[in-house]
Structure formats: structure tokens, C-alpha cells
Design a protein around this ligand. Structure first.
Ligand code: ADP
Ligand code: MG
Length: 313
């Protein structure tokens, strides 16, 4: 009696299993992506191939595709974060490969860009700046001029071209640094050209502190030779004759000789910057030195006044 019961139980388990198996199989074959794959490979896939690959097909439908089941890359539900499955046919079996999803591709691209732009001392959020997002207002002609030139530069510049940079000046918070960063981002993304954005007050402070150690030369070389240089907030620094003549002067001199594009942002127009560079009233020699720096800045860049509301809160 006992034995018969066992056999019956086993039999019913087997039918249960068979039934469950059929249900699963139907479920898998009903899946839209699976159907599409089978249709694309019609005539090449047999019923037994499907049966042998049910585990793969099951894995395929359980994973998120086109990031549909994931909120973000961090919350990716897939077995391998940032990778989505694709069905392929290898010989007589259906298989799965994983490729990076579009969020992962974008994320990796951004990482590469951020590495290219070695923005010393510049806030990270500026790395997301886009030229297209720079709002130019018809009532403030400078914004349109700056925008147009930024677009032109980003589009046309190739290493070796002789193109002037911009000297963006205007009051605090109008988006000068933002536009410079947007140009840098564009060049990095579309042409893999690297820019260095240097926040001048901090850079000068650091140079003074590292006076006498070997890093001064190393940093100077990096700034001098950067394919694109953006000197952010020039005029906001504490000026000394050493930083003016040995640091700023020699950077500008080198970039002029090598035709390396150089951009500036400042709260000062050219006259006010000249005044700032003539920081001490020690006579004619000071004026000459300040004027020489101004000549180099004018050679390297076109001045554009940017007005607009202060976007800082
Ligand atoms: P400035 O250098 O002229 O003092 P910023 O470029 O630092 O001004 O801009 C001030 C703030 O406004 C920054 O936080 C910047 O990220 C933001 N900002 C400026 N322009 C834009 C824009 N077009 N879209 C979004 N944010 C912007
Ligand atoms: Mg700024």
C-alpha cells in the first residue's frame, strides 16, 4: 500500500512539474523580446533548441532591458550592474551576451571627459555646463556675442589652428565661468581636446605657498602647455610682482608664442584690470609691467561684456 502511495505521489509530482514546466515555457515564449528574437531567426531555431535554452531565455526575460526596470545606474537590478542582456544564436543553441546599457555608456563617457578636464580648484558642478543651456538674452547683446563665439570655437577649433580665446567680463554670477566650462566640455566630448580650467586666486595662492619646492615648475609646465587654458576670475587674486611677472607673465608669453588658445573670465574690464595689475604705486616701471601683461591678454583674447541676472542664490 505504502509503495503504491509513493509511486502515485511521485507521479503526481511529475505531472505537477510537467505542468509548471509548460506554464513557464509558455510564459517565456509569450515575452515580446523573445518572440521578436525567434521571429528574426525563423527557420534556424528548432523546438528542441528552445527547450535546451529555456534557462537562458528565462535569465533573459528576468533582466532589465533599455533600463526599463531601473531608476538609475546605481539602482540597476541586473546581475551585472550597467549591463543588459542580448540573445544570440551560437551554433545550435540560444545564448546570452551582456553589453553596457545606455546609462552605463553615458556614465563612462562622462568619466573620461572629467578626466580630460583637469579643473584645478573649480567646483565639480560646472563640469555639467552645456553651451546650449547658456541663456542669451537679446536685451544684453554681449551674451549673444559670447554664445555665438563659444559655439564657433567649439565647432571649428582643431589643434594647431590659430583662434583667439574670449575675455568674458561682467559682474558676479552672470555665467562667465559657466560658459567657459561649457566650451571645455564640448571640446572634450566631441574632439577629445583637453582643457585646463584654473581658478586664478587659488592658483596664485598655491604657487606662493609652494615657492621653493619642485612642484612650482611642474604646475607651471602643466598650465603653460595645456591645449586649452581658461584662467577663471583673473583680477580677484592678491597680486604681487612675482605672481604677475613670473607666473602670469610667463604663462601668457608661452601661450602667445605657441598659439595656444587662452580664455579668461573677470569682474574687471581691461582698464580696471590694468589698474589692478599696477597694484603698487611704485612708479613708471610698475605701469610698464602691467601694460605688458595687458598686451598679452589682448593678443590672446577678444573682450566681451556679459550682463544678466545674478544666478547665484
Ligand atoms: P560668474 O562666473 O559670472 O560669476 P557663474 O558662471 O559661476 O558666474 O554662474 C553662477 C551660477 O549660476 C553657477 O552656480 C552656475 O553653475 C549657474 N549658471 C550660470 N549659467 C547657467 C546656465 N545657463 N544654466 C544653469 N546654471 C547656470
Ligand atoms: Mg566665475
Amino acid at each position: 500500500m505504502e509503495k503504491i502511495n509513493d509511486t502515485l505521489k511521485k507521479l503526481s509530482m511529475r505531472t505537477n512539474f510537467k505542468q509548471r514546466y509548460e506554464e513557464e515555457r509558455n510564459e517565456i515564449l509569450k515575452n515580446e523580446d523573445v518572440r521578436k528574437f525567434l521571429l528574426e531567426n525563423e527557420g534556424r531555431i528548432t523546438s528542441s533548441m528552445i527547450n535546451n535554452s529555456l534557462m537562458k531565455l528565462y535569465e533573459f526575460i528576468s533582466q532589465s532591458k533599455n533600463c526599463q526596470k531601473c531608476q538609475s545606474l546605481d539602482q540597476c537590478i541586473n546581475m551585472m550592474q550597467g549591463y543588459e542582456p542580448e540573445l544570440i544564436l551560437t551554433g545550435n543553441s540560444i545564448d546570452i551576451t551582456y553589453r553596457p546599457c545606455h546609462r552605463k555608456v553615458y556614465h563612462d563617457e562622462r568619466k573620461k571627459t572629467e578626466k580630460l578636464i583637469q579643473s584645478i580648484y573649480v567646483p565639480k558642478d560646472i563640469l555639467k555646463a552645456r553651451i546650449a543651456d547658456f541663456d542669451f538674452n537679446a536685451n544684453t547683446p554681449g551674451r549673444a556675442i559670447a554664445f555665438e563665439y563659444a559655439e564657433k570655437f567649439a565647432r571649428e577649433y582643431e589643434p594647431g589652428n590659430n583662434m583667439k580665446g574670449l575675455y568674458l567680463f561682467g559682474s558676479f554670477g552672470v555665467g562667465k565661468s559657466y560658459l567657459l566650462a561649457a566650451i571645455a566640455n564640448h571640446l572634450a566630448e566631441t574632439k577629445q581636446i583637453s582643457s585646463l580650467i584654473v581658478y586664478v586666486p587659488e592658483f596664485f595662492r598655491e604657487m606662493k605657498q609652494s615657492l621653493g619646492d619642485h612642484t612650482v615648475n611642474e604646475k607651471m609646465e602643466m598650465v603653460k602647455k595645456s591645449p586649452i587654458l581658461m584662467l577663471d576670475d583673473i583680477g580677484a587674486e592678491v597680486m604681487s610682482s612675482w605672481t604677475r611677472d613670473e607666473i602670469l607673465g610667463s604663462i601668457l608669453q608661452f601661450r602667445m608664442q605657441e598659439n595656444l588658445p587662452t580664455f579668461f573670465s573677470s569682474n574687471f574690464d581691461f582698464d580696471a584690470l590694468l589698474h589692478h595689475l599696477t597694484y603698487s604705486q611704485r612708479g613708471e616701471e610698475e605701469k610698464m609691467k602691467a601694460a605688458r601683461i595687458m598686451e598679452r591678454i589682448k593678443y590672446l583674447s577678444t573682450p566681451v561684456r556679459i550682463d544678466g541676472p545674478n544666478r547665484r542664490h
